[in-house]
Structures are given as structure tokens and as C-alpha cells.
Design a protein around this ligand. Sequence first.
Ligand code: SF4
Length: 64
Amino acid sequence: MRFPLSDEDRNEMERYQLRSSCVHCFFYVQAEKRCAHEWPSEQQAQWPLSDASEMSLCKEFELA
Ligand code: SF4
């Protein structure tokens, strides 16, 4: 799911240290830099989001 990011969104991400990227996900295989479920993750892997105008959320994201 993709949606636009506002300044308020980015400020809250920083203030509350929110995480949403593959690198923060339990299913991310760090050694192989890929999703264990083999989802395409180019958009989802984007991090940090401090300069991003939009972001993606994965329905299987599980905080590691
Ligand atoms: S489950 Fe989703 S968030 Fe987690 S590594 Fe795979 S694509 Fe990324």
C-alpha cells in the first residue's frame, strides 16, 4: 500500500522513532538483503524516509 507523506508524518516518525522498512522486519534476510517471503521490496525497503514524498507499507511487516 502506497501513500503520500506530509511534513507532519515525517515529524511524527522521527519523534516516535516509528519503523516500517524491510530492514526493520522480522522476515528480512539481512545476509541476502531480501524478503524471506520473496515479496518485491524495492519500495518497502526505502529507508530513511526523511526526504521521501511517499512511502509503502507491507501487510506482512512484523517488527523485529
Ligand atoms: S514481509 Fe514485507 S516488510 Fe517484511 S521483509 Fe518482506 S516485503 Fe519487507
